[in-house]
Design a protein around this ligand. Structure first.
Ligand code: NDP
Length: 310
């Protein structure tokens, strides 16, 4: 068991390898889930302004009685705040009821026009296309995020949904190397190259949708079931252990107290089992469950880096 294992960020801070995901946790459920997680031993909560439930997450933290300084809280800058990261951060801090974040991530390297109020998350143009802010790049955003570190309101900054080319471009201009990159990664999407690249740059790689997102479909994969049977554990333990064994942070979302608790069970897998899962996740059956139309192609086909760095 590697229960409550941590990884060290490039700031020297420790990040617990298992964090509670809070996306799509319905109103009325997430405060209880956060409270249950913290009482069960979690010390890492993954949040985002875009999830629309940070106030409830804050309530759950408060109800748990766990001191703020013991908890690693992550939130994310939404795409309509790329020109105004301080505003986006302030809104998250107020909702969460805290005066600092342990890690603040750029949710997507995609600046959207924050002046366009046609939709709270993804403003659109008259033709229905997302309203990209083409005069601004995620590099510009990063430079603004770097300034937030000096305010003390964020202990570390990082990115999310960045492929290797996006990171390469960012590192050409960054004063601060991102502490983390959070991307979809699991048994059907191993992201071997991206994870290796992050490791080589001292960027902690974080896996979202580690169970295959809504309904946890990866629990039914034959390879996963076989390895679970051999090890005498639940399939979920295999899915999460596979990533933690690769030194990847996992963010399983659950609102069910029993599943919340069991998602902390991490075992050491044999190199053979890890290799089987690596092959499953990098072969023809590769799959992404979270590929929203406003996002980027992590494989970087057909997309140019929006770098107009000033
Ligand atoms: P997950 O892969 O964590 O899967 C969540 C689903 O699995 C839910 O339906 C949950 O149901 C179910 N589940 C959880 N544990 C178990 C278990 N032990 N047995 C059976 N079913 C289980 O999906 P997410 O897409 O939510 O990803 C996790 C987190 O990653 C998000 O919540 C969010 O914090 C982050 N994320 C970040 C993104 C980004 O762009 N940076 C994008 C997507 C996610 P139930 O709740 O009923 O248990």
């Amino acid at each position: 068991m590697t229960f409550s294992k941590t990884l060290t960020l490039n700031t020297g801070a420790k990040i617990p390898t298992v964090g509670l995901g809070t996306w799509q946790a319905a109103p009325g459920e997430v405060a209880k889930a956060v409270e249950a997680a913290l009482k069960a031993g979690y010390r890492h909560i993954d949040c985002a302004w875009a999830y629309g439930n940070e106030n409830e997450v804050g309530e759950g933290i408060q109800a748990s009685g766990v001191p703020r300084e013991e908890i690693f809280i992550v939130s994310k800058l939404w795409s309509t705040f790329h020109r105004t990261p301080e505003k986006g951060l302030q809104e998250s801090l107020e909702k969460l009821g805290t005066d600092y974040l342990d890690l603040y991530l750029m949710h997507w390297p995609i600046p959207l026009n924050g002046e366009n109020k046609s939709h709270p998350l993804v403003p659109t143009r008259a033709n229905g296309a997302r309203d990209l802010d083409e005069e601004w790049s995620y590099i510009d955003t990063w430079k603004e995020m770097e300034k937030l570190v000096d305010t003390g309101k964020v202990k570390a900054i990082g990115v999310s949904n960045c492929s290797v080319p996006y990171l390469e471009e960012l590192l050409k201009h960054a004063k601060i190397v991102p502490a983390a990159n959070q991307c979809e990664c699991h048994a059907l999407n191993a992201e071997l190259e991206l994870a290796d690249y992050c490791k080589s740059k001292g960027i902690v790689f974080e896996a979202y949708s580690p169970l295959g997102s809504s309904g946890s479909p990866l629990m039914k994969e034959d390879v996963v079931l076989d390895i679970a049977k051999k090890n005498g554990v639940e399939p979920g333990t295999i899915l999460l252990s596979y990533l933690v064994n690769r030194d990847i942070v996992v963010l399983p979302k659950s609102v069910n107290p029993t599943r919340i608790a069991s998602n902390q069970n991490i075992i050491d897998l044999s190199p053979e089992d890890i290799e089987k899962l690596n092959q499953l996740g990098s072969g023809d059956q590769q799959k992404r469950y979270c590929n929203p139309p406003w996002g980027v192609d992590l494989k970087f086909k057909g997309w140019k880096v929006l770098s107009t760095a000033k």
